[in-house]
Design a protein around this ligand. Structure first.
Ligand SMILES: N[C@@H](CCC(=O)N[C@@H](CS)C(=O)NCC(=O)O)C(=O)O
Length: 215
């Protein structure tokens, strides 16, 4: 019986989609991509598949899975990659904690600066905005300060070897795309050496580059 290829509904500029492409590259899995426009409303067929209309969604045979972190967990488990998502409860809890911390506490505080810097300056379908062109530079500076503030706390939760949890895992796939995007924002990470080390490692990671990041 022919095995259907994985199908990823994604968008080239979406950081949540890039997370999944980053892991798919790391796992060496083939997949097809279906472009979902960021403009609202989303195509009706997509909303049928994913009622919240958010991007990405992964289809694996009869499994339809939304939520990028759930997709990361699923794919690592599917491929039996305990190194990327450990089975041992304590180690798994550490990675799960990192994923949840990022999604609930860190990511929401970084997004406003990205919106101000890029949403208003570039073509969001193709990326390419520049923070220097943002009209409200004072608001952007304040949003960057807020982001720095949350990263001060995050810094205290991560490892000191250029990974989030001590060895490369799906937590790095989760945070990588956003830290990569922040290379294009005016933030000073001099006092956050662990965060800066993760950002440096991600920047040259072959699987991130294979996932073709654009910003
Ligand atoms: N919690 C969801 C969030 C997905 C999400 O918000 N994706 C963005 C693109 S990165 C999106 O769909 N934005 C369009 C919108 O909010 O309407 C996940 O992790 O997959």
């Amino acid at each position: 019986m022919a095995v259907e290829p994985l199908l990823l509904y994604d968008h080239p500029v979406s950081s949540n989609s890039l997370k999944v492409r980053f892991l798919l590259a790391e796992l060496g899995l083939d997949y097809e991509r279906s472009h979902v426009p960021l403009a609202s409303p989303r195509p009706a067929g997509y909303v049928e598949l994913n009622p919240f209309g958010r991007i990405p969604t992964l289809v694996d045979g009869d499994l339809v899975l939304a939520e990028s972190n759930a997709i990361l967990r699923y794919l690592a488990d599917r491929e039996g990659r305990d190194d990327l998502y450990p089975r041992a409860p304590r180690e798994r809890a550490h990675v799960d904690g990192a994923l949840d911390t990022w999604a609930t506490l860190v990511r929401p505080k970084l997004l406003p600066a990205e919106d101000l810097a890029f949403m208003s300056t570039g073509d969001w379908e193709t990326g390419g905005g520049n923070w220097e062109d943002a009209t409200d530079q004072a608001a952007l500076a304040e949003a960057v300060q807020t982001a720095h503030g949350v990263l001060v706390n995050w810094e205290r939760t991560i490892a000191d070897n250029g990974t989030v949890t001590g060895s490369f895992s799906i937590a790095d796939c989760c945070v990588g795309p956003v830290l990569w995007r922040w290379l294009r924002l005016p933030i000073d990470l001099a006092e956050l050496p662990r965060t800066a080390a993760v950002q440096r490692a991600i920047q040259v990671h072959p699987s991130l580059l294979a996932a073709r990041p654009i910003a």
